[in-house]
Design a protein around this ligand. Structure first.
Ligand code: ATP
Ligand code: MG
Length: 560
């Protein structure tokens, strides 16, 4: 047709088809429908980016709808956390809605169904009902209560609502078809009695609608055009449509349910229920523990909203489930932080170096760039003195020619400072190197323009001045699980695959200018990786989380 070919995902194709078939753009409306029974995780980010992304593409409203029909598991804390996370990801919802806003309307519609003989109160136990359900290849058996009179059903349903019955004594069921090949159509439950206070409706209700009865009708009330959910609801679509058939008026838009594949991330679990188990068992320190795949955990770890959105957009949406390697998420963190994070120097595993020909008591402040990738980021000053720390791994007493770091008789440049040469080292009684003695070349100062300053040496090391450095706590993280797919293994529980070494806490030394950092600040420790200031920081001690290393070292380790 001569139009620019743009790659659309299959959901966008469905919408484009609908637009061709007569939907107007103004009718498009979407929703993101979390149940407030936990914190959002990286899987939800896919659904958020999909729904809000469609909103942006079609300039259509997107509601944030809390699917709050189960007071036993839902809490205001989760509502607040979900709103914070969606906002932090950079999205704006049109209106904030709650399925509980519709409890009265849902009840009124249920009464209509009873009056039409399409719903009945079943007074059997859940075990009895389960035994009549049949199997996918065998039809079910009708309940002995299926043919109760409308009057009796109305009385009982009202009594259920008024709190006259115990939990589990009665349910309201849709009268559909006990022989349907779709088990979900075999008289599904619409309401159950629950004597539990709800975080919004308090004790107004003691009967609560089931997901299937609630979801489509909520979409209809909000006039959502495309109700996108994950594949496990594919079989529910027939029921979604049946429930809509009972209420849709011809002059109103009829919502459409369409399904896409759930996103799974390797070496973790993306299920609120399992994440809650990690929190409650104390394996992690809360929902926002930086090892958690929650949005709040990733934020605390140092991920940017951009990196999460770019990750979700890169993996896109699919019709089949698969496992996305967590290294792809880390790649996006690195890519975004590389552009934005200021560079600083911090030594994680300190080894003391004494510059023996550097005057004792002397100090000088050297100019250093804030971000070598970005000149406009400017420069700052860092102090040098006779005693400095370098990384232990940057020194070897002896090494071959490929080792470009410091060795006895060899030279390296101190980043933004001088060229130094290792002369000797001191060991403790166990043979561990505890100090290196070096000489420095006073004429070789970086940027001084002298011939010596232009002299090329192979290695450049980061360092900090011992007497100026700040002590900081650094938390290093590893995968939370040792298995790439911990929750799909036969005969094993995902908790069996916990990595006992997922957190290592060390003391590091960082340049003194960092004393004024704020919680959430992100930076690159040169040569070491990206780090972020943790809320546990105090005025006495800064706590850093390692977000991710500079390179993907994990792939190499695993293939060994
Ligand atoms: P969980 O098992 O973690 O509780 P859920 O699907 O029950 O997941 P909801 O709060 O009901 O969680 O989900 C809100 C929306 O996010 C739904 O449309 C759901 O399909 C979608 N979603 C949840 N998990 C994923 C995932 N891993 N990948 C893609 N979308 C997801
Ligand atoms: Mg759920």
């Amino acid at each position: 047709m001569g139009e620019a070919v743009e790659s659309l995902n299959f959901i966008e194709h469905i919408i484009e088809e609908d637009l061709k078939k007569g939907y107007s753009k103004e009718q498009l409306r979407f929703r993101f429908p979390p149940e407030p029974n936990g914190y959002l995780h990286i899987g939800h980010a896919s659904s958020i980016c999909l729904n809000f992304g469609l909103g942006l593409r079609y300039n259509a409203p997107v509601n944030l709808r809390f699917d709050d029909t189960n007071p036993a598991k839902e809490e205001q804390e989760y509502v607040d956390a979900i709103k914070r996370d969606v906002e932090w990801l950079g999205f704006t919802w049109d209106t904030e809605r709650y399925a509980s806003d519709y409890f009265q309307q849902l009840y009124d519609w249920a009464v209509v169904l009873i009056n039409q003989g399409k719903a009945y109160v079943d007074s059997q136990s859940s075990e009895e009902m389960a035994s009549q359900k049949g199997t996918p290849t065998q039809p079910g058996i009708e309940s002995p209560y299926r043919n109760r009179s409308v009057e009796e059903n109305m009385d009982l349903f009202l009594e259920m609502k008024e709190g006259k019955h115990k939990e589990g004594s009665h349910v309201l069921r849709a009268k559909i078809d006990m022989t349907s090949s779709n088990m979900l159509m075999r008289d599904p439950i619409m309401y159950r009695v629950l004597h539990k206070a709800h975080h919004r409706t308090n004790t107004d209700w003691c009967i609560y609608p089931m997901y299937d009865w609630t979801h489509g009708e909520s979409d209809y009330i909000e006039q959502v055009s495309h109700s996108l959910c994950t594949l496990e609801f594919a079989m529910h679509r027939e029921l979604y449509d049946w429930f809509l058939d009972q209420v849709v008026e011809s002059n109103k838009l009829r919502p459409k349910q369409r399904e896409f594949a759930r996103r799974n991330l390797s070496h973790t679990v993306v299920s609120k229920r399992k994440l809650l188990q990690l929190v409650e068992s104390g394996v992690v320190n809360g929902w926002d523990d930086p090892r958690m795949p929650t949005i709040s955990g990733l934020r605390r770890r140092g991920y940017t909203p951009n990196s999460i959105r770019n990750f979700a957009d890169t993996i896109g949406i699919a019709k089949r489930e698969n496992l996305i390697d967590v290294s792809l998420l880390e790649f996006h963190a690195r890519e975004d932080l590389n552009k934005t994070a200021p560079r600083v120097m911090g030594v994680l595993n300190p080894l003391k170096v004494v510059l023996t020909n550097y005057e004792e008591g002397k100090e000088e402040w050297l100019d250093i760039e804030n971000n070598p990738e970005d000149e406009s980021a400017g420069t700052r000053q860092i102090p040098l003195s006779r005693d400095i720390y370098i990384e232990q791994e940057d020194f070897r007493e002896e090494a071959n020619r490929k080792f470009f770091r410091l060795k006895i008789g060899g030279e390296v440049r101190l980043k933004s400072g001088y060229i130094i040469k290792a002369e000797s080292c001191t060991k403790d009684s166990e043979g561990n190197i505890i100090e290196v003695q070096c000489t420095y070349d006073p004429k070789s100062k970086s940027g001084s323009g002298t011939e010596e300053s232009l002299r090329k040496v192979k290695g450049t090391l980061h360092w900090v001045s011992v007497k100026h450095a700040l002590e900081a706590e650094v938390r290093l993280y590893d995968r939370l699980f040792t298995h790439e797919s911990p929750d799909t293994q036969k005969d094993k529980d995902f908790m069996d695959y916990l990595n006992p070494d997922s957190l290592e806490t060390i003391t590091a030394y960082v340049e003194p200018g960092l004393k004024d950092v704020e919680v959430g600040d992100r930076m690159q420790f040169q040569r070491m990786g990206y780090f972020c200031v943790d809320p546990d920081s105090t005025t006495e001690k800064i706590v850093f989380n390692k977000t991710v290393g500079l390179r993907d070292t994990w792939a190499k380790i695993e293939s060994k």
